[in-house]
Design a protein around this ligand. Structure first.
Ligand code: ATP
Ligand code: MG
Length: 650
């Protein structure tokens, strides 16, 4: 590949927030020195570092070899036997934790359920027997297409218990997307529900399964949970009600002793950049990665009530609603619906109701909540919160500041966690009692993670020069392959830059070694000989008092080569106008310089996003350039947003 120029960084964020003394004192890691010591220890002997931590898990049989690395294919804890459901459930039943809440669940209509570890263990064992009764054996794939209800957690843990590989498909996907994922994974059983609640409406699920199953020759059975009482058609000999099967199922089902490398799940990426990939994660390394990161990054304590707002259909939900949290024996909150339903304060109401201590959410949600105004969080007592987290996209510094001040009251640290479906667990992040934070930076790599910013040749770039974000060594929770496509795995992740895992993201490190993720490399804009990351220009726009959200893309321009096109959503109460456009242009120039001055600004009520809430800049590129959209749009959340943007063009 031709040598390309580095990415120019223009963001100039200098605020620094040290953790409060009381927080640090009680934290798992209490000082920057402690972090650095640990990081160095892990660097010196990564295998010994991970093996030391792996000893805390419950094994049926110890491993023989920590790592077998035949680049780019890794095997961790070779020869060991383990079960992740056992680690999330059975081992907590020995003491008082058996009666501790494992899941506190809240339905959108306001109903709620609490499952203790014992309850969850019983339900999982029963459903594991149901699966066996339907002919599912170790190694089979089970597709799960469900709303955020406890049965979703039960179904995934039941699969893990017997060694069936789950493939969870987010409940917002269409029948076509479902069909393709079922076929790609060759699932033989589907677990679903009649429907789920979202923004006050019923999202029908069984109906979409019926549609999808017209073209899924491999599926033999469907198990249906009754949630909304929506009438559904049950096909004899194929479709069975969950409650019927569970009635007679035994609650005795010992956890299967699985190889460390047994495939735990397949999960398709969110599809921000293109066609989703079936990412394969295995058992022991994934369990280790999620367990240790959850404990140190969320600073989990026995008494914590922890809430991650992600849907379990995304990797964040897999790792940090369920596996990494339950393996630590902590109470996880699970919520079915929209965070702003029936009112914009639902999220704050839930925090107040359950006295949530740790909140983990996404920049897209934070920006939506900012747009609604500060009066909503002010209506509730949020004093139980002691730690905040974000994941999914770069967080604009001003959104970070809002989260810090309005929600955290300046008291709670924020962990901005960078990771991917592929990495399985968080990779770059503050450790909240140890690492001072800077708004918009994911700060430093987790101990054991060899993250770096390099040029195309794989050489580290100097401080404050943008480049490619890579991981230089295998890590336990890494993806093992792309399902049925090891060539794509090699090509996508291990080919662009020699010898290392390439994340697809651009980043820079500052003089303190802090990482600043600048967005996806595919989204980088070439202007006047500079390559600019989108996040920095967007953050400059978002720092204007009227702007809630912004997306920036490049557009072909006869004179300049590339022009900068900005799509801007205003905070409620602000009206689009030409003077405001001018003011925003001037604001960007003042914040980061004339080079980043947007050529066009368009106001829009909504931006096109993936179903996981990430901005899809590649679609905006087409609109800005006046082209037809050619790429995959199946992961788009709301098609009308695109149509509206196009109309506004005409
Ligand atoms: P696809 O790979 O199919 O295009 P995707 O990359 O959006 O979809 P995910 O695995 O859900 O799918 O997202 C991972 C990406 O999200 C990262 O590569 C990065 O671009 C972005 N990201 C996640 N967390 C952060 C963060 N804290 N800061 C900056 N970017 C983040
Ligand atoms: Mg990706």
């Amino acid at each position: 590949m031709a040598r390309e120029k580095e990415i120019t960084s223009v963001l100039n964020e200098r605020r620094l927030f040290k953790p409060k003394k009381e927080f640090s004192k009680a934290a798992h890691l209490s000082s920057l020195e402690a972090y650095k010591r640990l990081y160095r220890k892990a660097e010196k002997d990564p295998e010994a570092f991970w093996a030391g931590l792996a000893k805390e898990l419950s094994w049926f049989k110890p491993w023989k070899k920590v790592l077998e690395w035949k680049p780019p294919f890794a095997k961790w804890f070779v020869g060991g036997k383990i079960n992740i459901a056992y680690n999330c459930l059975d081992r907590h039943l020995e003491g008082w934790r058996k009666n501790k809440a494992a899941i506190i669940w809240e339905g959108e209509p306001g109903d709620s359920r609490v499952l203790t570890y014992q309850d969850l263990h019983r339900e999982v064992s029963k459903f594991a027997n149901v699966l066996k009764g339907q002919g599912v054996v170790k190694g089979d794939r089970v597709a799960i297409y469900m709303p955020m209800i406890p049965e979703l957690a039960i179904a995934m843990l039941a699969c893990a218990r017997i060694g069936a590989t789950h493939s969870i498909i987010f409940g917002g996907f269409s029948a076509t997307a479902l069909r393709d994922r079922i076929n790609d994974a060759e699932a033989r059983l589907v677990v679903t529900a009649d429907g789920g609640y979202r923004k006050g409406e019923v999202v029908t699920l069984k109906e979409k399964v019926d549609e999808a199953l017209k073209e899924t020759p491999g599926v033999q059975r469907v198990v249906v949970v009754r949630r909304t009482n929506t009438p559904v058609e049950m096909q004899a000999d194929r479709d069975f009600w969950w409650h019927d099967l569970m009635k007679t199922a035994s609650d005795q089902c010992s956890a299967e002793a699985l190889d460390s490398e047994h495939p735990l799940f397949i999960l398709y990426t969110s599809g921000t950049t293109g066609k989703p990939k079936g990412i394969v994660h295995t058992t022991a390394g994934y369990l280790l990665g999620t367990t240790v990161t959850a404990r140190w990054i969320f600073d989990l304590k026995e008494t914590d009530t922890y809430w991650c707002t992600a849907d379990i259909g995304w990797v964040t939900g897999h790792s940090y609603v369920i596996y990494g949290i339950l393996s630590n024996g902590v109470t996880t909150v699970m919520y079915e619906g929209a965070p702003t339903y029936p009112q914009p304060d639902r999220i704050w109401e839930i925090i107040d109701k359950y006295k949530v201590n740790i909140l983990y959410t996404a920049p897209t949600a934070i920006r939506a909540l900012i747009k609604m105004g500060e009066e909503w969080p002010k209506r509730h007592d949020l004093s139980s919160l002691r730690l905040l987290g974000t994941v999914g996209e770069p967080i604009n510094p001003e959104a970070w500041m809002w989260y810090h001040q309005v929600i955290g009251k300046g008291r709670s640290p924020i962990v901005d966690t960078w990771w991917q479906t592929e990495t399985g667990a968080i990779m770059i992040t503050p450790l909240p009692g140890a690492i001072p934070t800077k708004p918009g930076s994911a700060t430093l790599p987790f101990p054991g993670i060899a993250a770096d910013v390099v040029n195309r040749e794989g050489e580290s770039v100097p401080a404050n020069v943008g480049g490619y974000l890579v991981i230089k060594r295998p890590w336990p929770s890494m993806l093992r392959t792309v399902w049925k496509d090891p060539e794509r795995y090699k090509k996508q992740y291990w080919s662009d830059i020699p010898g290392v895992y390439f994340t697809g993201d651009g980043a820079r490190r500052d003089k303190d070694g802090y990482f600043w993720v600048m967005g996806r490399v595919d989204d980088v804009i070439n202007v006047a000989g500079h390559r600019l990351g989108t996040m920095e220009i967007e953050s400059a726009l978002v720092s204007h008092s009227t702007v809630a959200e912004a997306a920036v893309v490049g557009r072909p321009d006869e004179l300049k080569g590339t022009a900068i096109s900005a799509f801007v959503t205003l905070e409620l109460g602000n009206a689009p106008s030409d003077p405001l456009k001018e003011a925003l242009r001037a604001h960007v120039v003042k914040e980061i310089g004339a080079i980043a001055r947007p050529d066009d600004i368009r106001f829009t009520e909504n931006l096109p996003k993936t179903r996981s809430g990430k901005i899809m800049r590649r679609l905006l590129r087409d609109i800005a350039a006046g082209r037809e959209t050619i790429g995959d749009t199946t992961t788009l959340e709301d098609y009308t947003v695109l149509a509206k943007l196009r109309q506004e063009e005409e």
